[in-house]
Write a protein of this length. Structure first.
Length: 205
């Protein structure tokens, strides 16, 4: 059965939101320590609105790619000196944008994304003004046009956050095309008999 464009976009979106990754995958994708991740869950689980509800005692929590992007955004904002209590709500803007992009760009990870910067006004509270644009110049122009006069704007690169989280999340699961004996050696594997039959020239390498 042919899959039309709308079905394909819906599938990409569903895959982005599907909780199918383990904690160690998310730690790798976000550069958070296990302790920091657990602290976030303990203090802000309800506010973070992750893809999977608390799994209960003795059960493993699974995470979605959307969760990985969100948690990496929380970390990126926190690294700029913003406390987690404020970074947690601000990061929702980046996750929402990444989810919208997933329909067209998410296929076993993001390979590319359009440029998208997020500028948050000071004070950085829930009702902070948010300006989204492709470049700093566009953000400055928007501020000028709309009459914003803030002492500070916190700017983070949403596309870089989403791409970084996605690529690290999928890194161990990427398929490797074995073209040469060197490819097999790098993977620490022995060539299969069927591969050797298709590549007799490799016996002479």
């Amino acid at each position: 059965m042919d899959i039309n464009a709308d079905q394909s976009r819906a599938f990409n979106f569903a895959e982005f939101l599907r909780p199918s990754f383990k904690q160690e995958d998310v730690i790798r994708a976000t550069d958070l320590s296990e302790t920091t991740l657990q602290n976030y869950l303990f203090h802000y689980e309800r506010e973070m609105r992750l893809s999977m509800p608390p799994p209960g005692s003795g059960r493993r929590r699974m995470y979605s790619a959307a969760d990985a992007v969100y948690l990496r955004a929380v970390r990126a904002i926190s690294n700029l000196g913003v406390p987690p209590s404020i970074a947690v709500p601000l990061a929702h803007h980046i996750r929402a944008w990444a989810a919208a992009m997933a329909k067209d760009y998410y296929q076993a990870g993001f390979v590319t994304l359009p440029d998208r910067l997020f500028a948050f006004s000071s004070p950085f509270e829930d009702n902070a003004t948010v300006i989204c644009a492709a470049t700093y110049a566009e953000i400055q122009e928007r501020m000028k046009q709309d009459g914003y006069d803030y002492e500070a704007m916190l700017v983070v690169d949403g596309a870089r956050i989403a791409l970084g989280a996605s690529q690290k999340l999928w890194e161990p699961y990427q398929l490797i095309e074995m073209k040469t004996l060197e490819d097999w050696q790098k993977a620490g594997l022995e060539p299969t008999e069927s591969w050797k039959a298709r590549h007799p020239e490799a016996e002479d390498e």
